[in-house]
Write a protein that binds this ligand. Structure first.
Ligand SMILES: NC(=O)c1ccc[n+]([C@@H]2O[C@H](COP(=O)([O-])OP(=O)(O)OC[C@H]3O[C@@H](n4cnc5c(N)ncnc54)[C@H](O)[C@@H]3O)[C@@H](O)[C@H]2O)c1
Length: 296
């Protein structure tokens, strides 16, 4: 019996990279998995899972297409009878500085990440809300999960990624919105920012596999945290964001007010704001915030 026995999960963008590792790990822990991607390599992932005795089905289609996202959720329910875990992971990068970025680069990246997270979440939420309603007041709601994928670029603002960083930042906010909306249906919603060697990052030599010792950037290192969030152990964890890499998990402190000033029942002026500026920032620098991610 794995920690996810009896659960049905969707993993988007699971033909390779981090998503493939999630699909295989969740299946090893007993989940039946819908393996989504645009790539025909989903069939290979399904074969790998079923050859190891797991249960999986492929769904080929874009996460940012409304109809395809609906079909993705339908595939889980029609094949395995329910849906408990949605892992939103699919995406790509098209980096450029703000002054060089083309409209198509901006639109495609915002589309695949922001809409590509929301569309499957929307159809999962429709299904879960209907399932809760048909259960009535007395039934026990199953535990449900959404696990989103942001990036350190979305947390800290990666230069050259005005499209990607903005979309990934939006995913952190979307995580909070969905967590607040769907808690009543027993759905927790959390977010991870992975750091791993995949086709997306392998051009960077810092991600290379070491000759010996722990392979810090093995993409498989990310999946246990996703499986933990998917499991019943994490029923009280929601609206949270974590950076996950190697042997590390970093919880992000929720955004909060650091300093406040008030003008005493009257409108601020430029001069009074200038005079109160030191109180507004206190000991915190008023310049561009430092990059807060863990070192490589
Ligand atoms: N690898 C890292 O270090 C890193 C860092 C930060 C965030 N991330 C995020 O993690 C996730 C996985 O990244 P990865 O490194 O494994 O990348 P990857 O390129 O190896 O895999 C992404 C997968 O998404 C699929 N995909 C792209 N568009 C799709 C669509 N419209 N519908 C369905 N599938 C689609 C691709 O075909 C690919 O198989 C992404 O959201 C990425 O932004 C990765």
């Amino acid at each position: 019996m794995g920690a996810l026995s009896g659960k049905v999960a969707i993993v988007t963008g699971a033909a390779q990279g981090v998503g493939r590792c999630h699909a295989e790990y969740l299946a090893r822990e007993g989940a039946a998995v819908v393996v989504n991607d645009l790539s025909p390599a989903v069939d290979d992932v399904v074969s790998t899972i079923t050859a190891a005795g797991g249960r999986a089905v492929a769904h080929r289609g874009s996460v940012s297409d409304w109809g395809s996202a609906e079909a993705l959720v339908d595939t889980a329910v029609s094949t395995f009878g329910d849906l408990h875990v949605l892992v939103n992971n699919a995406g790509f990068i098209r980096d450029a500085m703000s002054f060089s970025m083309e409209e198509s680069q901006f639109d495609s990246v915002v589309d695949v990440h922001l809409k590509g997270h929301f569309a499957p979440a929307h159809f999962a939420a429709v299904y879960w809300r209907n399932a809760a309603k048909s259960l009535g007041e007395t039934g026990t709601l199953p535990q449900r999960r959404i696990i989103n994928t942001t990036s350190e670029s979305g947390l800290f603002g990666g230069p050259g990624q005005g499209n990607y960083g903005s979309a990934k930042g939006g995913i952190i906010t979307m995580t909070l919105v969905l967590a607040r909306e769907l808690g009543r249906y027993n759905v927790t919603v959390n977010c991870i920012a992975p750091r791993a060697r995949t086709p997306m990052t392998e051009v960077n030599p810092k991600f290379a596999k070491p000759d010996a010792g722990f392979d810090k950037y093995d993409p498989a290192n990310i999946s246990p945290m996703v499986a933990f969030l998917a499991s019943d152990h994490a029923s009280d964890v929601s609206g949270q964001t974590f950076i996950v890499l190697g042997d590390q998990v970093h919880r992000i402190r929720p955004t909060e007010i650091s300093h406040s000033i008030a003008a005493g029942g009257q409108q601020w002026t430029i001069d009074s704001l200038a005079a109160a500026k030191d109180l507004l920032f206190g000991e915190i620098s008023s310049g561009v915030p430092a990059w807060g991610g863990p070192p490589m």
